[in-house]
Design a protein around this ligand. Structure first.
Ligand SMILES: Cc1cc2nc3c(=O)[nH]c(=O)nc-3n(C[C@H](O)[C@H](O)[C@H](O)COP(=O)(O)OP(=O)(O)OC[C@H]3O[C@@H](n4cnc5c(N)ncnc54)[C@H](O)[C@@H]3O)c2cc1C
Length: 277
């Protein structure tokens, strides 16, 4: 694809508008061509391990259903359960489960194809075409068990473009988190089987660094200044006038997406600040 004619029927042939539209369309086509070429280069550089769905410490399973269940335009989450938040036998904590957001076709290709399906060729294209709206992912963030081994520190050597040391993640999550995630993954499988899924896939949870989108615990809340940064009112231990209001005061992620809790705590903290000053 190297040039595109204006598809606009109201533009008169040869007119100034057509020249502008054609120029813009050609520029866009060139950019698309470059983008497609870069994507193809990137995709062909991926190892087989990188093709596979990422495996965070939540219980997740992907299932193929007999009928189309998504419209493919999103956002997609339609069903959730809080049945496994607490009181699960033999594991600590739990969390909510939900069907996941609609993903773009390229993300679908990268993360949601069955592991035994070829990534290229007719079979891959056919699977994408026939099953994009029939594949569903059920998942949920589990309440991670705090671990002193999992740390965020300042990197002593690497700095960002402003010269500020970058965050360095080390350690892994707690083994109990893996047990809870494994329990939750079994529930996602129950869900999908009951919904009629004809094929299920997804890797078992494992010990790993947890550094995704729900960061917590770097300024954890507690009564003891030896083991926490802020007190129950989110005031930094030992200071009268220093408060923290964000996700860092959470001691765990609680098995849910954290923003509503962050906001509730921020309002509560603001009330304490207003009362104290
Ligand atoms: C892709 C993605 C999807 C998510 N989806 C959901 C969801 O659906 N539901 C949900 O509940 N949560 C979701 N989360 C998680 C949620 O967004 C975070 O937990 C939340 O935003 C954390 O809030 P925070 O105030 O702790 O930190 P942030 O929102 O990260 O705020 C930190 C602020 O500090 C600023 N900052 C950083 N360094 C400096 C500096 N040196 N000086 C001044 N300012 C600085 C940053 O610019 C930023 O504005 C998602 C996160 C991601 C990444």
């Amino acid at each position: 694809m190297s040039s595109v004619m204006s598809p606009d029927p109201i533009v008169k042939p040869g007119g100034r508008h057509q020249t502008n539209v054609s120029a813009r369309a050609n520029a866009l086509a060139e950019r698309l061509e470059k983008g497609a070429s870069a994507l193809a280069t990137f995709a062909s550089s991926l190892t087989e391990a990188e093709w596979q769905p990422r495996v965070p410490n939540d219980g997740r399973t992907i299932g193929l259903l007999p009928e189309a269940i998504y419209d493919g335009v999103g956002p997609g989450v339609t069903t959730a359960t809080v049945q496994f938040n607490h009181g699960n036998a033999d594991v600590i904590g739990g969390g909510m489960l939900a069907d996941e957001f609609i993903v773009l076709p390229i993300i679908f290709w990268a993360r949601q194809l069955p592991p035994d399906l070829p990534r290229w060729g007719l079979a891959a294209k056919r699977f994408m075409r026939e099953n994009y709206t029939r594949v569903i992912r059920v998942t949920g963030p589990v309440q991670e068990i705090p671990s002193p081994d999992a740390r965020v520190t300042l990197d002593p050597a690497v700095r960002d473009r402003w010269g500020i040391p970058v965050a360095r993640l080390s350690g892994t999550t707690h083994p109990e988190t893996v047990r809870t995630a494994t329990f939750m993954q079994a529930r996602t499988r129950d869900w999908l089987r009951a919904a009629g899924a004809t094929q299920l896939w997804g890797k078992p949870p494992r010990l790993r660094i947890s550094g995704g989108q729900h960061q917590a615990g770097t300024c954890r809340m507690g009564n003891d200044p030896q083991t926490s940064v802020v007190d129950r009112d989110c005031r930094v231990h030992g200071y009268d006038n220093l408060y923290i209001a964000d996700g860092s005061v959470h001691v765990t992620n609680g098995g849910f997406n954290p923003v509503l809790t962050i906001m509730a705590l921020a309002f509560r903290t603001a009330e304490h600040v207003a009362q104290a000053w």
